[in-house]
Design a protein around this ligand. Structure first.
Ligand code: DQA
Length: 151
């Protein structure tokens, strides 16, 4: 695969649109638009084409995963609270057979017990937690560096 061949679908789940405003001690002060801008900049450097979507609706996330199954080479997702219980989202991700990278702004393992379990992690190639918005940059670098090995 050549350097401009990769396409990544980036998905943000419920309440991620409030990043920067909601619980800044946990999720950081940077708005999602700024995280997006940095991600697009990094994607340009890495030669990765991006499609980015934030939705508060499980079904919209699932539709988007299905619709992009032939376009994307990888999926980077912060499923928000759906992480902890959405079998439907997990099934959608495993159905399309694309490498998944799970990202969380906060360190879910250092928080309430109900956040310690992710139904998405077992079907993910890699998981990045607790690095704030920078976690998405790390995930993008992982896509660039690992994808040839996992696709
Ligand atoms: C989150 C962690 C989830 O437990 C929580 O429900 C979120 C955000 C994170 O990025 O740290 O909405 O995914």
């Amino acid at each position: 695969m050549v350097a401009t061949d990769l396409k990544a679908l980036v998905l943000y789940g419920p309440n991620l649109n409030l990043t920067g405003f909601r619980e800044p001690d946990l999720y950081g002060k940077k708005p999602l638009e700024d995280i997006d801008a940095e991600l697009r900049e990094e994607a340009e450097k890495l030669g990765i084409e991006l499609r980015i979507l934030q939705s508060n609706h499980e079904g919209v996330l699932i539709d988007t995963i299905q619709e992009n199954r032939k376009w994307a080479n990888a999926i980077i997702i912060n499923p928000g609270a759906l992480t902890h219980y959405s079998i439907a989202l997990r099934d959608a991700l495993s159905s399309v057979r694309l490498p998944v990278f799970e990202v969380h702004l906060s360190n879910i393992y250092a928080r309430e017990e109900f956040r310690h379990h992710s139904v998405i992690s077992p079907i993910s190639v890699g998981c990045i937690v607790g690095c704030g918005g920078y976690g998405f940059i790390l995930a993008l670098q992982a896509v660039r560096n690992l994808i040839a090995e996992v696709v």
